[in-house]
Design a protein around this ligand. Sequence first.
Ligand SMILES: NC(=O)c1ccc[n+]([C@@H]2O[C@H](COP(=O)([O-])OP(=O)(O)OC[C@H]3O[C@@H](n4cnc5c(N)ncnc54)[C@H](O)[C@@H]3O)[C@@H](O)[C@H]2O)c1
Length: 361
Amino acid sequence: MIAHDAPLTVRSSQGDYTVEPFAGVAALAAAVAAVPEPFVIVDERVAALYGDAFAAFAHAPRHMLPATESEKTLHGVERALLALQAARGSKRTTVVAIGGGIVQDVSTLSAHLWYRGVPYVYVPTTLLAMADSCIGAKSAVNLGAFKNQLGTFQSPQRVLVCERFVDTLDADDVRSGYGEIVKLAIIDSAGAYARLRDDVTATGFRGPFLAAHVRASLETKRRIIEIDEYERDLRRILNYGHTFGHALESVTENAVPHGLAVAWGVDVANFVAWRLGLLERAVYEDVHAFIARCFAFRPARAYDAAAIVAAMKRDKKASAGSVALFLPHALGDVRVVPTPLDATLEAVIADYVAAEDVFAR
Ligand SMILES: NC(=O)c1ccc[n+]([C@@H]2O[C@H](COP(=O)([O-])OP(=O)(O)OC[C@H]3O[C@@H](n4cnc5c(N)ncnc54)[C@H](O)[C@@H]3O)[C@@H](O)[C@H]2O)c1
């Protein structure tokens, strides 16, 4: 691992791009001010919190975006594009997106569509976006009742990262970011998982190791996306925890922050892997204890195994009564396992929900 304050370059067939670390928000704002012909799309909460710190680019035209799933739609993209049109954007505009995954997804698609594509610079302000979604070039918006159904692969031109944004995040949004960090650590190796578990246990989520874990997550994800940029094969394992997590988000109508749903989904996937004889029980139990201790959440809406399986049948990775599950065979060894969406799987999930559920009410 290289120092976490060094730039990290991601190779992409659309053009390589660099994740550039900044020690403070003011230095980052100066970099934004130097972007040619910027159009800023910014999370309205972030704009309110960082108004003074963003003074360097106060002159830039901007669109304020509420970070809600209902804004992450074609309507939200249209609102952003109408604001860009009203600001007399051109083919030389660079979209600068400042916010979490919702701002990222709306802005990426907007930049992709404006005059058939202009560059975008991304400033992630949530931990989830810093540690995971800011690289990989995926973007998606919701369509009707279905999450992330429309999207593109569109690489950013640059990613500007400052961990100080985490200071103002709500506790659940910090835990949510760690949900994706846990996922990536388990995908990476037993050592990465043990380091993460021990650091978080010793010093909490906002401890001195945060920057190192952000960096480790990005390096794990980079290793995978540089081999399989367009998710034809290896990159699919980044969906570990997501099949169950998306089902939980769906049945609770997004009452669970995305990364916490992923942490829940990782635990369910590990339980299923253990029950299928793929994963040692001791590994399941170690990760289960960590997730139960650090990622517990009480969704406002109740759910059961039947509802989870019904939602999985609507998953975009399900077809002909079967779904691709991403199941660990060991720490550092997550594999794709096509699995029938049948009574057997529902019974295993029912056992989990009845006796093991880290989100139990
Ligand atoms: N494109 C991808 O690769 C990808 C990957 C993972 C998730 N996602 C999507 O990202 C979305 C979730 O994104 P997210 O978890 O980053 O958060 P978010 O964009 O939903 O924001 C979460 C909350 O944090 C607030 N916020 C953002 N930055 C803040 C700051 N610095 N201080 C205080 N509050 C701040 C927001 O206003 C919001 O209330 C989901 O829609 C998910 O599907 C996309």
